[in-house]
Design a protein around this ligand. Structure first.
Ligand code: ATP
Ligand code: MG
Length: 432
């Protein structure tokens, strides 16, 4: 991409309501812009990042045997009445009417619609298990849409639903999805923890959340420094009553924990952004919606189900909450809109310009996602822009070129490496 031809409207000013770094930098960096409360447009850079995250999610799910579908975003209200959730969803569910006054909703989640899809199409235990997912728009009329992409009203979610002949098989899939989610968040370059979550009536470890560790997280979680143990403090009574129930919720957030984890490790409180949630549903929806399969004896039984969600658009903001400094975004390698920014300091300088063009085409040939900053702007201005957007590497082709040298600037470490112009391509290939 040529920066001179791109549509990347960066700005100095953040919106007045943007209190978090991800919200400020994603708007200022020209990734997204707000259309209304909790409604966002993705501009080209935002769209690239979104698609990168989407394809990592898809690749990992597909390789774990999940199958992608896409359900209609608008669902008939009748479905929600049948499952008994129409009232329970309350005002978060946006209700609309068509021209004949038929009631519909903008899908906030899709358990009902997915059960309807499978019902009467999967009839035998031989066709199970089945894990269907979609990466699709959701609408929740959140009481307080805020923090940019972290809590939108319209947002992109990956929602998956699995169908099983037995509880054991459902639990097996639940464990497989836990591992799959870990693979996804690891590939995205995130520091995250899996925690026990409130699972209502189901109990046990039937519900787990995936939290990206960040000061701005809305949830408080407890994690062990030695083992995998983690819990959302919402669950504290159920997981370790004796140790924790003397504290109120408020006290817990400010307290250090003297109790040790059962492994002997030290427990501490952290703030987390919930980016994923996996949940053992059992037969709650299949019973209500009469979705059955025939077991080995030909006897009809309701499907055992589990459900799996990932906040795909929330992940964009989570990457930045965890990776930024006062100048802007610091994308991880797998999420960066472009890996390399080739910056020609003075485009009127023939030598600088032709080296820039040469490196740009070499990197493109090598399939490296590259942008060339070929704008007629001052060096300082272009550098500020590169810092704000957060490309992992910027090759600075500037004054040092008279001595045969260029610099590779590492956005994360802020180090500038001087390399000979003849070696810069090889050096970049090594770094990325
Ligand atoms: P929260 O407690 O943050 O409201 P939730 O428990 O309502 O989340 P789920 O119903 O489990 O969320 O949805 C699955 C995933 O969708 C969540 O883990 C989260 O990453 C994402 N998500 C939920 N609500 C929003 C929102 N308003 N904006 C962006 N992402 C969201
Ligand atoms: Mg919610």
């Amino acid at each position: 991409m040529r920066r001179s031809k791109a549509f990347i409207p960066t700005t100095k000013e953040a919106p007045s309501d943007a209190s978090l770094p991800s919200h400020q930098f994603l708007v200022r960096g020209g990734f997204i812009n707000q259309q209304g409360a909790g409604l966002y447009n993705y501009m080209p850079l935002g769209k690239i990042v979104l698609e990168k995250i989407r394809s990592i999610v898809k690749e990992e799910l597909d390789s774990s045997g999940c199958i992608e579908v896409q359900l209609s975003f608008v669902t008939p209200m009748a479905l929600w009445e049948r499952s008994g959730r129409a009232d329970a969803m309350g005002k978060e569910m946006l209700r609309i009417q068509d021209r004949h006054q038929n009631p519909f909703v903008l899908s906030p989640t899709n358990e009902e619609a997915m059960v309807e899809l499978v019902k009467n199409r999967v009839n035998s235990y031989k066709d199970l298990p089945l894990n269907l997912y979609q990466i699709n728009t959701k609408f929740r009329d959140e009481a307080r849409p805020r923090y940019g992409l972290l809590r939108g009203r319209e947002f992109l979610m990956k929602d998956g639903y699995s169908f099983h002949a037995s509880k054991e098989d459902m639990v097996r899939e639940f464990d497989l999805m836990e591992q799959t989610y870990k693979n996804i968040f690891t590939r995205l370059g995130l520091d995250f923890r899996v925690v026990l979550a409130d699972s209502g009536a189901i109990g046990g470890s039937g519900s787990k959340e995936f939290h990206v560790l960040a000061d701005s997280g809305e949830d408080t979680i407890i994690v062990c420094d030695r083992c995998d143990y983690g819990a959302n403090i919402e669950t504290i009574d159920s997981i370790n009553e004796d140790d924790f129930n003397e504290f109120t919720y408020e006290e817990l957030q400010t307290k250090n924990i003297e109790e040790k984890c059962s492994c002997g490790g030290t427990l501490s409180f952290k703030k987390g952004i919930e980016v994923g949630h996996i949940f053992q549903l059992g037969t709650r929806y299949s019973k209500e919606l009469e979705a059955n399969f025939n077991d080995e004896n030909g006897k009809p039984k309701p499907f055992e189900m589990a459900t799996f969600g990932i906040g795909v658009s929330r992940l964009i903001a989570s990457v930045i909450e965890q990776n930024h400094d006062e100048h802007g975004c610091i994308w991880t390698k797998s999420t960066a809109p472009y890996m390399v920014n080739v910056m020609v300091s003075n485009i009127k300088d023939e030598e600088q310009s032709s080296l820039g063009e040469e490196l740009y085409s070499k990197l493109l040939d090598a399939k490296v996602e590259t942008i060339i900053d070929d704008r007629k702007e001052r060096f300082g201005f272009k550098m500020k822009d590169a810092e704000l957007i957060g490309f992992p590497y910027t090759v600075i082709i500037g004054k040092e070129l008279v001595n045969g040298l260029v610099q590779i600037y590492d956005r994360k470490t802020k180090e500038k490496l001087s390399v000979s112009k003849d070696e810069v391509f090889e050096k970049i290939m090594e770094l990325i």
